[in-house]
Ligand binder design. Sequence first.
Ligand code: ZN
Length: 180
Amino acid sequence: MGDPVLHAPADHVDDITDDIRGLVADMFETMDKAPGVGLAAPQVGVSLRIYTYSYQDDDGAPWRGVVINPVLWMTPPAPGDPDPDEESEGCLSFPGERFPLRRSDRVLVTGVGIEGEPVRIEVDGWRARIMQHEFDHLDGILYVDRLGDSDWKTAQKIARKRGWGRPGESWLPGRDDLEG
Ligand code: ZN
C-alpha cells in the first residue's frame, strides 16, 4: 500500500509477448508462495491489466488461471452490512489484516488467456469475491479503500504504524516473514 502503481489504473496489454508470459509465470509462483488466492500485476510493480487466481474449496477441484485485459460484470451487492465471519477479505498489498466488505455474489469476467484465447469466467460466492478484488487492483483500488468508515480509519492507523502508505515498501514471499 502506498506505492503509486497500486493506486492508478493499469495499462491495457496490447501484445502477449514472451515478457508477458514470463511475468505471468512469475506471478503464479509469487501467488503460490505468498500464499494468496489472487495476484494482480500492479502488486508486483507492473502496471498491466493482468491477474492470476487460485482457489480450492474444501471438497472441490483446484480452480486457477490468468486473465488478461479482463472485463467484469456483476450483480448488485445485497444491501446491509457485511458479516465479519463470512465476508472478510485480506490482501497481499495490505498484509496480515482482514476486514469485512460486502461484495456482489455473482460475476462474469471475460478477457483473454496466455495464448490469447478467449476467457469467460462465471462464478459466485468466494470465487466472485476474488474476481472483484483482483479486478479492483487493475483500477488502482485496494479493498481497504472500500471499507466502511470505522474499518477504514482502523486500516489507516495500521498503515501509519507500519510505515506503509509511501512508495517503495515491499515484501518478498519466501524471504520476508509476513502473511497476507
Ligand atoms: Zn489484493
